[in-house]
Structures are given as structure tokens and as C-alpha cells.
Design a protein around this ligand. Structure first.
Ligand code: AMP
Ligand code: MG
Length: 412
């Protein structure tokens, strides 16, 4: 395709700017239990209710000492023991030491903890052969996190890196953004749901399955409206129902200009929706706009195009709507192409590739093969997009290209 055919297309950046410039995050939040918070997004900064550690404690198994009592270099008798969970609270006689274990609260008056590897125990007591500094091997209260400190900002997705931190602070409940409600349907007389036999000319509905899965991984509440026939009345009913029940409506198919492509006409009647021809490949036709209540995204019918436009356009939109401020795609990296890549100038191309680092630690990437917009297996074989610039032509083996590793929506 040459520039004469692509000059009217809008770029991915323009499309994203327009979409993200229009939507504002939800303003509804809810309080939920920590145990239910995986995948949710913080609505407010999380403030530590306690010091961590909550009390000064030993970093080593060893002996708590007062430094002045070490000068004589005489053995110090053991006056008691301090364990994690069982502090030493008795009076500590002069010229003695306390046996102490890692995590045990340090007895009042402790000036240092000497590790047991530097101690020589005899009947007379413990003799130490070490240079001792005040405060050594003592973890101070609040050394890690101080009470009142902000441990997470608002707009963070909660997962295995965040939730144990909150558990360590004793936080059992927190305020999160409410889940986005997203209505999904596929359009097309040829589509059949999985589990039904295929009749002449039918294919299985891939897109609704892909979109539903990706929405669930993003923590959305999915309203699945099924397959809608290429029929004006059915389509209008689906749009109206979706608009009433969801924050965002996602359809697939019917956005090109074929005879059964009613989606465009319907949306002209029901809302303010723009139809874009995007300068990306795959995924040229894409619709975005507003119905009466809900936002709307119309994905192309071809499954690879539908999944790609969801990933590159709908995903950032959902992140913004959901209040997920810290969302971003994995950074793009430079890699050497090991295989030639077919490409014509005119559109930004998201080919699917497999990347790995070679023995020298350099990144290399190969194509997954056929890049047709119906070849969904390219996602399961690949682990990244090979992102080829709009103006670039064919790539020879050995040239450097940009890759974008798949994030959790497409990765294993
Ligand atoms: P359309 O945009 O409706 O003209 O569809 C473009 C191509 O994608 C056609 O080959 C459709 O059969 C196919 N297609 C549309 N929707 C789906 C779907 N949900 N799952 C699989 N293929 C689809
Ligand atoms: Mg169709």
C-alpha cells in the first residue's frame, strides 16, 4: 500500500490522544477486604498505620550487650534469653549478656548485638572476639516504614508485589476503585458460539472470547451479550441494552463497509461515534465514541485485528477509566531481526515475533510466520510485537527493529 492510500488514515498516537483526552476516570470507590483486593486499583494513597518493624529487634542470632561491659574482656554470664515472640523483660544484672535470636525485641539497655559466630561460650560465660559498634545488628523501630508514611499512591493495581506489603502493615480493608462494567457482543450472521456444530459457511466466534478474557484479566465486570445477527432491530436492541448496563460497550465486526455492516448506521443514530481508519496493521477500521451513557469501542471483525486494537487502544482506555494511573505497556526494546520481515510503507505494523537474548546477551527476534489478520495462532506462538515504523519498508535479516514484549494480557 502506498502513501496515496494511507495519507487519510489517522495514527495510533492521534487515536489514543483523542480517546484518552475525552474520558475521565470513574469517581466511584468502595471499601473491600484485603483478601478480595487482588487485581483491584487503589482509590486513595495507602498510609501505614504502624511502624515497621513495630519495635527494635535483633538482626542476628547472638548476644545483646552493653558496650562498656566488654572493655575488661572478661566472660559475661548469660542473664536470660530473648526469642522472637518471647521478649526478655526481667531486670538485666550488670556485667552480663542476654542470649537473643533474630527478630526478638531487644532488651532495654541493649547497645549492640554480637553475632554468635563471634562468641566463645564457656562455663564462665561468653567472651567476644569482635570489634563492636554501637547499634550493630539492631533493627530500629520504623526503620523500614514509619507510621503515617504513604506506602502506595492512588491508582496502583494490587498484586503479589503490593498485597503482602499491606498485610505486613496489618491492613485488612482498603478503598479501591469500583470495577468497570463492560458489555461485549460480536456481530455477524456467520458466527457460532463454541460448543455448537458449524453449519455451512459458519465460523466460531473468537473475538468475544478473546475480549472477555482480556477484560477479566484487567479486573472488569463483563456483561456478555452474545452474538448479534446482522439485523438492524437486533443490533439496535443490543446497543440499547449494553448502553443501559455498562460503562463501556465493546462490539466486534461490522465496522467495515460491507453490505451487512450495520454498526456504523446504528451508531450514527444512537450516539456520537467516530469511525476511524487507523494507520496501523492489522486493525485498520476502528470506532470510538459515546452512546447515551456508555463509551463505545467498535473492534474490527478479523480476530487478530480485534485482539490487537483491544490491546493497543482499548487497554489504555480501560486503564484510564478504571483510575489505574500507573498503567503502561512494557518498554519497547531494540532487537536484531533474524528473519526477513515483509512490510510496505504506509502503516505502523504490529507483527508477532519471538524474542530471546543470545549468548552475548543481545536481543534477537524472529517472525512467528504468516501475519494474516485471521492467523490467531501468531499470538500463541509469539511473545512480542515487532513494531515496524509507518514509513518503513521490508526488513532484511540482520536489521535492527523495535520489539514490544507482550504484557499479562497475551503472555503465559
Ligand atoms: P466484518 O468486520 O464483520 O466484515 O468481519 C471481518 C472478518 O472477520 C470476516 O471474515 C468475519 O467473518 C470475521 N469475523 C467477524 N467477527 C468475528 C468473530 N467474532 N470471530 C471470528 N471472526 C470474526
Ligand atoms: Mg460482519
Amino acid at each position: 500500500m502506498d502513501h496515496c492510500h494511507t495519507s487519510g488514515l489517522i495514527s495510533l498516537e492521534q487515536a489514543l490522544d483523542t480517546m484518552l483526552g475525552q474520558v475521565v476516570p470513574l469517581d466511584e470507590t468502595e471499601s473491600i477486604a484485603l483478601n478480595d483486593a487482588c487485581g483491584r486499583i487503589t482509590a486513595t494513597p495507602v498510609i501505614s498505620p504502624i511502624d515497621v518493624p513495630p519495635f527494635a529487634n535483633s538482626a542476628m542470632d547472638g548476644y545483646a550487650v552493653r558496650i562498656s561491659e566488654l572493655n575488661a574482656n572478661a566472660p559475661l554470664p548469660i542473664a536470660g534469653k530473648a526469642f522472637a515472640g518471647a521478649p526478655f523483660n526481667d531486670a538485666w544484672p550488670a556485667n552480663s549478656c542476654i542470649r537473643i535470636m533474630t527478630g526478638a525485641p531487644i532488651p532495654a539497655g541493649t547497645e549492640a548485638v554480637i553475632m554468635q559466630e563471634q562468641a566463645e561460650v564457656s562455663e564462665a560465660g561468653v567472651r567476644f572476639n569482635a570489634v563492636v559498634h554501637a547499634g550493630q545488628n539492631v533493627r530500629l523501630a520504623g526503620e523500614d516504614i514509619q507510621q503515617g508514611a504513604s506506602v502506595l499512591p492512588a491508582g496502583v493495581r494490587l498484586g503479589a508485589a503490593q498485597l503482602p506489603l499491606l498485610a505486613s502493615l496489618g491492613i485488612s480493608e482498603l478503598r479501591v476503585m469500583r470495577k468497570l462494567k463492560v458489555a461485549v457482543f460480536s456481530t455477524g450472521d456467520e458466527l457460532q458460539p463454541v460448543g455448537q456444530p458449524l453449519q455451512d459457511g459458519q465460523i466460531y466466534d473468537t473475538n468475544r472470547f478473546a475480549v472477555r478474557l482480556m477484560l477479566e484479566q484487567m479486573g472488569c465486570e463483563v456483561i456478555d451479550l452474545g452474538i448479534i445477527r446482522d439485523d438492524r432491530t437486533a443490533l439496535r436492541a443490543a446497543f440499547e441494552q449494553a448502553d443501559r448496563s455498562a460503562d463501556l460497550v465493546i462490539s466486534s465486526g461490522g465496522v467495515s463497509v460491507g453490505e451487512a455492516d450495520y454498526t456504523k448506521q446504528m451508531l450514527d443514530e444512537l450516539g456520537e461515534v467516530g469511525f476511524w481508519k487507523l494507520a496501523i496493521k492489522p486493525g485498520k477500521p476502528f470506532a470510538f465514541g459515546k452512546l447515551q451513557h456508555a463509551w463505545f469501542c467498535g473492534l474490527p471483525g478479523n480476530p487478530v485485528s480485534a485482539a490487537l486494537t483491544f490491546y493497543q487502544l482499548v487497554q489504555p482506555l480501560l486503564a484510564k477509566l478504571a483510575g489505574h494511573h500507573e498503567w503502561h505497556l512494557p518498554p519497547r526494546l531494540r532487537a536484531r531481526a533474524l528473519t526477513p520481515l515483509k512490510k510496505a510503507p504506509g502503516r505502523l505494523d504490529f507483527q508477532r515475533g519471538v524474542f530471546a537474548s543470545n549468548a552475548l546477551g543481545e536481543l534477537e527476534v524472529s517472525t512467528t510466520g504468516h501475519q494474516g489478520s485471521h492467523v490467531f495462532s501468531s499470538f500463541s506462538q509469539g511473545n512480542c510485537f515487532i513494531v515496524l515504523e509507518r514509513d518503513r519498508g521490508a526488513v532484511a535479516a540482520g536489521e535492527m527493529v523495535e520489539i514490544e514484549p507482550f504484557n499479562m494480557l497475551l503472555r503465559n
